[in-house]
Design a protein around this ligand. Structure first.
Ligand code: FAD
Ligand code: EPU
Length: 310
């Protein structure tokens, strides 16, 4: 990674945010796969003003930037990330009941916290999210889902912060699909690619807290029984192809336990590629390549990665 920020730019960047910028921050500490080289500048943002100032600064100096959520769907290069990696701080963790069936949440909120908050309010619809270790911002971008539910089902609107401040978009204007939120053609060069999701609102339905909790327990049990526990992963590595399951296809190739370095196809669930200790991004990419090649050879199906590579 070739650093892009001169000492002068570093000093200027630090004047724009209250929290100390972390320089050359190892990203392995910020991803569920425990993989990733240093981020040149890891910047924690605590206000809308800081976000707008950072976006203007990035444009003025031609600096690349991206938003890091909980890092649970990312494979970050061993070489690291040049430019600015933005993280929403505690100011974006707010969870609030705003109406009889309405919840507002900051984009940095953890999905399990949001799910349990709704359950406590007797509001159903987000119980599928209790076991997904992402942030709300990341869940909107991925249209995270499980057990027949997905974020798009009960999302009513999002707040996006760009250079000019916050704009609210109704969920009906977002083109959600399976593990995706955008019709890229519609938005290329548009608002979303230049913005940070800062909040979202949901309309849910009323139910007994005990009944909601029972469903959450059931989902968690199913997850524990079918997915690897206590190992570094990014969840499902590949999307399911239409009408089939990537896990079933990989398993049928006999690939469970296949290793490349410390990257391994989980023996518990074949669509989880796990880091057994010191796996690099290069190891993980090579293992994923071998899996794709074998699945195509045996089944004639191209697997598409769900995990985003940075
Ligand atoms: P990150 O991985 O940090 O980022 C993902 C994308 O979102 C990036 O493009 C990032 O730039 C963007 N992003 C994040 N925050 C913002 C923001 N505020 N504004 C703009 N862009 C933003 N996923 C499922 O769908 N269902 C599951 O059942 C599931 N189970 C999982 C189980 C495990 C053990 C693990 C490790 C992962 C699992 N996942 C699952 C994957 C992952 O948790 C989800 O995709 C989650 O929504 C990603 O959120 P994140 O905050 O970690 O996003
Ligand atoms: N299967 C195998 N072998 C395996 C794994 C699965 O044969 O090693 C079979 C199962 O027996 C089952 C089928 O494949 O018949 C589907 O498996 P599972 O029920 O585990 O669901 P999945 O399709 O693999 C999806 C999501 C998960 C989500 C679960 C629960 C995708 C890519 N994955 O998994 O999401 O938690 O359903 O709803 O859509 C994620 O996106 O990161 C993720 C974990």
């Amino acid at each position: 990674m070739t650093p892009l920020l001169s000492p002068e730019l570093r000093r200027e960047l630090q004047t724009l945010v209250a929290r100390p910028v972390a320089w050359a921050a190892p990203m392995a500490a910020h991803t569920s796969l425990k993989i990733g080289g240093p981020a040149e500048a890891l910047v924690i943002l605590e206000s809308i003003e800081e976000i707008t100032a950072l976006l203007v600064f990035a444009r003025q100096h031609g600096l690349p930037w991206r938003v890091l959520g909980k890092g649970s769907n990312l494979l970050i290069a061993d070489d690291g990330l040049a430019g600015m990696t933005l993280v929403l701080g505690a100011a974006f963790h707010l969870l609030e009941k705003t109406g009889e069936r309405e919840i507002a949440a900051g984009a940095a909120s953890a999905l399990p916290a949001l799910s349990y908050f709704c359950q406590g309010q007797g509001l159903a619809g987000l119980e599928f999210a209790a076991g997904i270790p992402g942030s709300l911002g990341g869940a909107v971008v991925m249209n995270a889902g499980a057990f027949g539910g997905q974020i798009a089902d009960c999302l009513s609107e999002i707040d996006l912060c760009g250079e000019d401040g916050v704009q609210t978009l109704p969920a009906t204007e977002l083109c959600f699909g399976y593990r995706t939120w955008l019709d890229a053609a519609k938005w290329i060069g548009g608002l979303i690619s230049q913005s940070v999701i800062v909040a979202a609102r949901f309309v849910l339905h009323e139910d007994e807290p005990a009944a909601i909790a029972a469903r959450m327990r059931q989902y968690q049990q199913t997850r524990r029984a079918s997915q690897p526990q206590g190992v570094a992963s990014a969840g499902s590595f590949f999307k399911n192809p239409p009408g089939d399951s990537a896990g079933r296809l990989i398993d049928a190739c006999g690939l469970k336990g296949r290793r490349f370095g410390d990257a391994m196809v989980s023996p518990a669930h074949a669509n989880f590629l796990v880091n057994c200790g010191q796996a690099s991004a290069t190891d993980m990419c090579e293992l994923a390549r071998q899996v794709c090649e074998e699945v195509f050879r045996r089944h004639g199906i191209h697997l598409e990665r769900e995990v985003e590579a940075w």
